[in-house]
Design a protein. Structure first.
Length: 295
């Protein structure tokens, strides 16, 4: 038998719904399927909470090399942190748990992951694949794997949404370039970001309200900037993750644009002693006049 354990598995077992009408989804795996260890090379699902999987899997991949190759193509999407249950959903199909019957993801789990992740895939020109058509999966009253984190159960915080725009820390090349960047963007702020946890799939970040220095507020009121930036921290997990680079806390100069009900950060610089160009640019900013202001 499989060696079972881990917080993910406990959550899944807790979310397995009562057995309803069997149907095609509840058929026993009588065909030439076998249990195999989930290999280290299967990064998508290795160490997910159980050690063995069924081959062929629920996507009809018949060999382990095929499973590894096909599953690896989903790793970039997981890196975008588009939904906390994306890995559970994908692994329930790529590496189904080795039980005496097939257990598919619930339709509601598929729909929740699709709702958050399909827009991110669309950013890069990839549609949600037909093989993951949510209508193919069982309704919630049947035996299936339900969502662990849902919009309803997480009403206290917004479901993180990854940005289509990759953002990384900028190198503070010259003070002039930094000033040009500040002029080109709607707002610029010096802020301190704190990471609230290091253990969950989705990292939570907080803005230190005592460490907000507005350099440029643009169309925003100064008083609304902290709230807008906290919203950015809540919904653009990928961008913030890239900026933080695994640190617990940091001070940054961020600049960006205002888009209707949210702000989008375009540039971020780490506020460090060695960034002399950044320090010089911020000092000069108080007396700097942007090109559109001249004349």
């Amino acid at each position: 038998p499989s060696r079972l354990g881990g917080p993910w598995l406990l959550g899944v077992l807790a979310c397995l719904l009562l057995w309803g009408s069997p149907g095609a989804w509840a058929s026993y795996l009588r065909r030439s399927s076998s249990c195999m260890p989930i290999p280290h090379r299967m990064a998508l699902c290795y160490d997910i909470g159980y050690s063995e999987m069924r081959i062929p899997n629920l996507l009809e991949h018949e060999t382990m090399p095929e499973v590894i190759q096909q599953s690896s193509s989903w790793l970039p999407l997981l890196a975008r942190e588009c939904h906390p249950d994306a890995r559970i959903f994908l692994c329930s199909l790529f590496a189904p748990i080795c039980l005496d019957r097939s257990i598919y993801p619930c339709r509601s789990l598929c729909e929740a992951v699709k709702r958050s992740c399909a827009p991110v895939m669309a950013c890069y020109g990839y549609p949600w694949p037909e093989i993951l058509n949510c209508n193919k999966f069982p309704a919630d009253h049947e035996l299936c794997i339900a969502a662990v984190s849902t919009d309803e159960n997480s009403s206290s915080r917004r479901m993180p949404r990854a940005s289509c725009k990759d953002c990384e820390l900028e190198e503070a090349s010259t003070a002039r370039e930094i000033l040009e960047n500040l002029c080109a963007n709607d707002f610029a702020v010096k802020i301190r970001i704190l990471r609230k946890n290091m253990t969950t799939t989705i990292s939570d970040f907080d803005l230190d309200p005592s460490r907000v220095e507005v350099l440029k507020h643009g169309p925003l009121l100064r008083t609304e900037i902290p709230g807008r930036l906290q919203q950015w921290l809540d919904i653009d997990a990928t961008c913030v993750h890239n900026i933080m680079r695994g640190t617990h806390a940091g001070v940054f100069i961020v600049s960006g644009e205002v888009q209707s009900d949210k702000v989008v950060v375009n540039k971020a610089y780490a506020w460090q002693k060695k960034n002399r160009n950044l320090h010089q640019a911020v000092r000069r900013w108080k007396h700097h006049r942007c090109p559109e202001q001249v004349g």
